[in-house]
Design a protein around this ligand. Structure first.
Ligand code: BDR
Ligand code: CA
Length: 313
C-alpha cells in the first residue's frame, strides 16, 4: 500500500487520474487532494476536485486549497482546452463536501511528518507551485518523500502551450526548477509518453455502457476534452495526460525511461518553461529525474478502465 497525495488542477484528465486512484484501493491510500491554480483558477480547481470526489462516491478524502498564483509569474490558464469551468462536458454539482481549512502546503508538511518512516509519494498533475513552496519552506521534508511522480515537460514532442514548453511547467517554471533541484527522487511523465496514450473509441464505449454513473460522466468529460486535440493535431483521440502518473504507480513495468538530467529554462521568453533533457548524456550534469518516454498504451487503458469501473457508483 502506497500513501499518496494528489496535487492537481482539475481538468478532465486530472479527473480521470483521480478516479483511477480512487479505484485502486488495494494499492493506493489517497491521503488528500491538494489543489493548485492551473487549467483554471484555484476557486474552480478546488470545486472541481470536490465534484470528482462526489462523482466517485468518495467522501473520506480531504481536499485542500493551495496556491492561487505561480511563484513569480501571472497565472496562465487553459480554458481553450478544458472549457470555462475546467470540467466542461458534464454538469456535476457539489452537495456534501467542502474544502478543509488547513492549507495544501501545511497538509503536505503534516503528512510528511506523520508518515516520516513509511514515507509519502506526491503525485503532481498541475503546475508545481504548492510542492515548490513546501520544499522551500521546509527543506527537511525531502527525507519524508519517497518520490514525486509528475506529469510535465516534453522534449522529443516539443511543447503544447508554446513550441518549446508543456503547460504545467510553463505556468510555473521557477517552481519546476525548485522541484527538480531538490534532490528528491523524481519521475517525470512528459508529453513524450502522454502523447502515446490517445483516448480510444472502444475505451469510451466501455465507459458509456458500463451502467455506472461515474463511468458515464467520465466518458462525457473525455468527449469534451478530446475535441481540442483532435481538431488541433488531427490525432485519433485526445492524450490522456495525467492518469499516466497514477498508472505508473500501479504498474511501472509498462513504462520505459532513463535516469537523466533535466533543467528548466526560466530566463528566455522564447523558450520559457522548456525542459532541457540530457537524453544522450552529453553533459556532466547530474541525473535528477527518471524521464519516461514510452508506454504500452493498451495496458494503460486496461488499467484506467478497470479502476474507474471498480468505483462503487
Ligand atoms: C497538462 O496540462 C493540463 O492541461 C493537463 O491537465 C495536464 O496536466 C498537459 O500538458
Ligand atoms: Ca493537470
Amino acid at each position: 500500500m502506497r500513501k499518496i497525495i494528489v496535487d492537481t488542477d482539475p481538468g478532465q484528465d486530472d479527473a480521470l487520474a483521480l478516479m483511477t486512484a480512487f479505484g485502486a484501493k488495494e494499492q493506493l491510500v489517497v491521503l488528500g487532494i491538494t489543489c493548485v491554480a492551473g487549467n483554471v483558477p484555484l476557486d474552480l480547481t478546488s470545486v472541481n476536485a470536490l465534484k470528482i470526489c462526489e462523482l466517485s462516491g468518495v467522501f473520506d478524502v480531504p481536499v485542500f486549497l493551495g496556491s492561487a498564483t505561480p511563484l513569480e509569474r501571472k497565472l496562465v490558464t487553459a480554458e481553450h482546452v478544458h472549457g470555462k469551468t475546467g470540467l466542461d462536458g458534464t454538469e456535476l454539482r457539489v452537495r456534501n463536501k467542502e474544502v478543509e481549512l488547513t492549507s495544501a502546503m501545511d497538509f503536505i508538511i503534516e503528512c510528511a511528518e506523520k508518515y516520516r518512516d513509511e514515507k509519502i509519494t506526491i503525485c503532481a498533475l498541475g503546475p508545481l507551485t504548492n510542492i515548490a513552496k513546501v520544499l522551500t519552506k521546509n527543506p527537511g521534508v525531502t527525507g519524508a518523500i519517497d518520490e514525486i511522480v509528475l506529469m510535465g515537460g516534453g522534449f522529443f514532442e516539443g511543447g503544447n502551450i508554446t513550441p518549446a514548453a508543456e503547460f504545467n511547467i510553463y505556468v510555473d517554471p521557477e517552481a519546476a526548477k525548485i522541484v527538480l533541484d531538490s534532490g528528491v527522487k523524481i519521475t517525470m511523465l512528459p508529453l513524450d509518453v502522454t502523447h502515446k496514450t490517445l483516448v480510444q473509441r472502444d475505451f469510451l464505449e466501455k465507459l458509456r455502457k458500463s451502467g455506472k454513473n461515474s463511468a458515464r460522466e467520465a466518458a462525457k468529460l473525455l468527449d469534451f476534452f478530446e475535441r481540442y486535440d483532435v481538431e488541433k493535431y488531427g490525432s485519433q483521440g485526445g492524450p490522456l495526460h495525467d492518469p499516466n502518473v497514477i498508472v505508473y504507480l500501479l504498474n511501472p513495468a509498462i513504462y520505459k525511461g532513463k535516469l537523466v538530467n533535466v533543467e528548466i529554462e526560466i530566463n528566455s521568453e522564447l523558450t520559457r518553461g522548456m525542459t532541457v533533457v540530457d537524453w544522450w548524456r552529453v553533459t556532466n550534469r547530474k541525473p535528477n529525474a527518471y524521464y519516461i518516454n514510452d508506454v504500452k498504451d493498451d495496458k494503460f487503458f486496461e488499467i484506467v478502465l478497470n479502476k474507474v469501473l471498480s468505483l462503487e457508483i
